[in-house]
Design a protein around this ligand. Sequence first.
Ligand SMILES: CC(C)(COP(=O)(O)OP(=O)(O)OC[C@H]1O[C@@H](n2cnc3c(N)ncnc32)[C@H](O)[C@@H]1OP(=O)(O)O)[C@@H](O)C(=O)NCCC(=O)NCCS
Length: 157
Amino acid sequence: MSTAPLTIRPMQLADVDAVAALNLAATAYPWSPGQFIDSLQSHDCHLLVAGEQLLGFMVLQHSCGESCLLNIAIHPDFHQRGYAHFLLSQGLQRCIGANSSQCYLEVRASNTAAIALYFKTGFEEVGLRKNYYPAVQGREHAKIMIKKLPGSAGDKT
Ligand SMILES: CC(C)(COP(=O)(O)OP(=O)(O)OC[C@H]1O[C@@H](n2cnc3c(N)ncnc32)[C@H](O)[C@@H]1OP(=O)(O)O)[C@@H](O)C(=O)NCCC(=O)NCCS
């Protein structure tokens, strides 16, 4: 990999093919290019890069005083180096900047890597949507997780 410093920059339309390819490589349940294009119009979309190397992406939604992590992935060649934790931590700062009192997310109950990432980043599990996601076989539950943000009533930091 390039020795260029890690940078977070806004996702642009020209990035969508590379981002969709990364997402396809990272998960069995990727977003389509069209979903990223739609997100560019209405959500807060950022990339983690090292020079020209795309390492990962994050899509946040800020609305009505709260934020939602809609998607995050790191290219599998660069897993378990702390990149998702770094990207998500920066994303939470963006949520605070958007005056959100909390950030919530939904995650497949089978996605142990992501769930561990969210616990490490300070999210708590607050609910379960049964049979929420289509799965390779049948359906699977979604865990709902929330992190209270500094300044909010439920903040524990
Ligand atoms: C989930 C994902 C983003 C984590 O990215 P990553 O850069 O490898 O994660 P990090 O290196 O920042 O790890 C941070 C923490 O997450 C947890 N974690 C990450 N990968 C893990 C794994 N394979 N198994 C268990 N825990 C894991 C650990 O708690 C880790 O902290 P530690 O290194 O102190 O143990 C990555 O696996 C991915 O892109 N998955 C596919 C897309 C996806 O599922 N996105 C979530 C949609 S809800």
